[in-house]
Each structure stands twice: as C-alpha cells, then as structure tokens.
Design a protein around this ligand. Structure first.
Ligand SMILES: Cc1cc2nc3c(=O)[nH]c(=O)nc-3n(C[C@H](O)[C@H](O)[C@H](O)COP(=O)(O)OP(=O)(O)OC[C@H]3O[C@@H](n4cnc5c(N)ncnc54)[C@H](O)[C@@H]3O)c2cc1C
Length: 386
C-alpha cells in the first residue's frame, strides 16, 4: 500500500490548486451570494481539463480514466469555491454517462460543449413524492413509433435555472408492457417543459428548481443505455459522485479550519492568543483528524472505482461520514470566531448553509447506512431501498 499520487494526479492537483487559490478564492463569497452562475470561472475550470477527466479517450487529458484525479480536482476547487466544485460534479457524472451509455447523436451533440464548460446537463431523479426511495418514481416514458413521450415532475434539480438539458429517469412502458426506469437526455427547451425556481438557503448560484414535463416528445436516440436499466447505469454513477460530493464538504471545511487556525493564533483573550487554550485547540485537532479520515475514505472509494473493484459500501461511507464531519467542523469554527463568525460578511455562515445540503443531496446519512448495512447483513435484513 502507498499513499502517494501518480505524476498525473499530482499535476491535476497542483494546476487546480494554483488556479483555485489565486483566481477563485478572492471572489468566492460575492459569487456565493449571487443567483448568477459564474460561467466564466466554470469555463476556466474546463480549460484546465477537469471536465474531460471521465469523458472518454477523446477528451481525457490523462492517458486513462482516473477517479482519484477527479476527486483531487473537486477537493481543490471546494477549498476555494464550494459552488464551483459542486457544479463540477454533475458535469463529471453526465460526461461519464454520455460517454459510456449514449448513442452517437447524443455524444456528438453534448460531450464537447460539456467538456468545454459551454453547456450544462442536469439530473432529474428526485420527485415531489419520492427521493430516498427512488424505486417509487412516477414520471413515465411511453414508447411511440419513433421515440418516447415523457410526463411527470422532478422536484429538486441542481442547476435547473441555468441548464441546457437534463437526464430524466422515467418509468418506461412499451406496447403496454411496463419496464423498469430508463434514462433519457431531454433538452430543456423542448415543448412541454416548464421550470419553477426554488428559493434555497444555500447553493444560490446553482439555481435548483422544479421541472414539469407534459407529454414531452424525445427521439429514440435520447435513450441512454438499455431500456428499463437506468438504475444500473445512472445510480451506478452515484458510487463516484458520493465521494466527490463528500470532498466538496471536506475541501470547504479544510479551508475553514485553516483560516480558523490562523484566526485563533492572532485573536487574544485573557492576555494570550486563543490557540493557547485547549478548549480551543482540541476541537480543531479533533476536526482535523475527522477530515483527514474522511478524505482517506473518499480517495479509497475513488481508487477502488478506478481499479474496477467493489466500492458501493465505501462510497456510502464517504457520503455520510464526510459531509457530517465537514458540517460539524464549520459550525465549531464559526463559534470560535465569536461574534464575527455570525456575520454574513465572512464566509463561515455561508459555508455552514452550503455544506449542510451535502448531507441531503445524493442520499441522506440514513440511506447511506442502509447501503452499508445491506453489505454487512444482507438484503434479507435490509429489504428496502434500491
Ligand atoms: C441542494 C440539493 C441538491 C439536489 N440536487 C438534486 C439533483 O440535481 N437531482 C435530483 O434528482 N435530486 C437532487 N436532490 C435531491 C436529493 O437527492 C434528495 O433530497 C434526497 O435523496 C432525499 O430525498 P427527499 O428529499 O425526498 O427526502 P425523503 O426521502 O422524503 O426523506 C426525508 C427524511 O426521511 C429519512 N428517511 C427516508 N427513508 C428512510 C429510511 N428507510 N430509514 C431512515 N430514514 C429514512 C431521510 O433520511 C430524510 O431525513 C438534491 C437535494 C438537495 C438538498
């Protein structure tokens, strides 16, 4: 076992770190409070090659698909700008899904603009009536002579306000026979689509929203993968988006911890720097430990993915453990800043609201523990969930 990075991985980390800390960090808080998505910065990230990492041979700047490299890029972005890191994850998921499962027409239309940061494809899985229990989705796709008619509602779509298309998961019927859910790439300007924005407590530039699909017609080429098999293709992707999401929390919490270490070394109380009190330094030491443990768990899951080894339980572990400890670390760092920590002029309360949502998105802690428990005890003891 060794913990070193390959030359390629170190190069990705260093180039993203340099860009993120020099160019993104200074404007982070202003961007985080705006409902405009920072397309220019997103395109600059694309310029570093980040969005090609999982997009197949033609677009990958590295010789092979490398999920650890994707994790390093996301963590470095999150250290400087949580939202831009978060926005990168659906791009990595969608490029990977399209490269692996789409037909030529969809690949030609969407891969290059996605990799270049010029287009955005969202994910529509969660519905008003179900999120944790994805088997209960009600959106339908009915096969027609030359395509599908899709109707339903998607409740919680990240980047919906700014997106160009969406991968919709819909229960499929063909010739009266009900199949499982399938994945379809649906342009967001298709007739029959309407969008309603949500007012969120964080993730403001990411424009989350509700999507309504009223008999939306798509061609047969919109289908990704096999009819009725979306849970294998799309939900299999969650096994790498979960550690990536966890790394957004970890990167953001690490930045907060580093800033707080600086603050408590300067700020004085009772005639001495705060850092000299164990009541201040020990919680920070504990958070540093949890963040490092969470980080290693994430890179282990991503390494197993790259190596083609089982990693579903590992991915679930990252997704409850990482965001939970990231949230706790940011909360305690805010308190250690005293009254200034509570001010919206500093990034602490912003980060606390942003990272809290990582505990929900892509499945809550309870759902991750169901997945882990199922691996431990078997499906006969944990029958629910996908
Ligand atoms: C900021 C943000 C961005 C998101 N982006 C997207 C997106 O782009 N696309 C998309 O499709 N979805 C997205 N989601 C939705 C997200 O995946 C769901 O919110 C999540 O899976 C939980 O589903 P739910 O909200 O319906 O909660 P519910 O399923 O209603 O669960 C409510 C509560 O009950 C608990 N619970 C449910 N079942 C069990 C059980 N068996 N045992 C114990 N506890 C249980 C849950 O843990 C949760 O605490 C996003 C969510 C957020 C907050």
């Amino acid at each position: 076992m060794h913990f070193g990075l390959s030359e390629d991985q170190a190069a990705v980390r260093d180039s993203v770190r340099g860009f993120a800390r020099d160019k993104l960090a200074p404007g982070y808080l202003e961007r985080a409070k705006s409902d405009q998505f920072p397309w220019d910065a997103h395109r600059e990230i694309a310029g570093l090659g980040v969005f090609g990492l999982l997009a197949g041979e033609e677009f990958n700047p590295l010789p092979a698909e490398d999920f650890v490299a994707a994790g390093l890029a996301v963590e470095e972005l999150a250290y400087a700008d949580f939202n831009l890191a978060n926005a990168a994850i659906p791009v990595l998921l969608m490029t990977s899904l399209i490269a692996r499962h789409a037909g030529e027409a969809v690949r030609q239309r969407w891969l290059r603009p996605l990799v270049g940061g010029d287009a955005y494809v969202c994910l529509g899985l969660t519905e008003p009536g179900c999120g944790s229990d994805v088997t209960a989705i009600q959106t339908t796709a009915t096969a027609t002579a030359d395509g599908y008619l899709i109707s339903g509602e998607k409740a919680s779509v990240t980047m919906l306000s700014h997106g160009d298309a969406i991968i919709v998961i819909a229960r499929t019927t063909r010739d009266g026979e009900t199949l499982g859910p399938s994945a379809f790439l649906v342009p967001l300007d298709a007739p029959g689509i309407s969008r309603s924005p949500l007012q969120d407590t964080g993730w403001t530039p990411m424009g989350r929203g509700l999507l309504h699909l009223n008999r939306v017609e798509v061609p047969a080429s919109a289908l990704l993968g096999t009819e009725g098999a979306a849970f294998r293709s799309v939900l299999g992707g969650f096994d790498f988006t979960r550690p990536l999401l966890a790394l957004t929390g970890i990167g953001c919490a690490q930045a907060t911890l580093d800033e707080t270490a600086g603050y408590v070394s300067e700020r004085q109380a009772f005639g001495t720097p705060l850092a000299r009190f164990e009541g201040v330094s020990f919680p920070l030491a504990e958070h540093a430990t949890h963040l490092e443990a969470a980080r290693l768990l994430c890179y282990s899951a991503l390494w197993h993915r790259s190596a083609g080894q089982p990693h579903t339980a590992l991915a679930a572990m990252t997704k409850w453990y990482g965001p939970y400890h990231a949230s706790q670390a940011i909360r305690d760092c805010l308190l250690l800043h005293g009254n200034v920590g509570y001010s919206a002029e500093f990034p602490l309360e912003q980060r606390m609201r942003d990272v809290l949502a990582v505990e929900i998105a892509d499945g809550t802690a309870q759902i991750q523990k169901i997945i882990i428990a199922r691996e431990l005890f078997g499906r006969q003891f944990v029958p629910y969930g996908r």
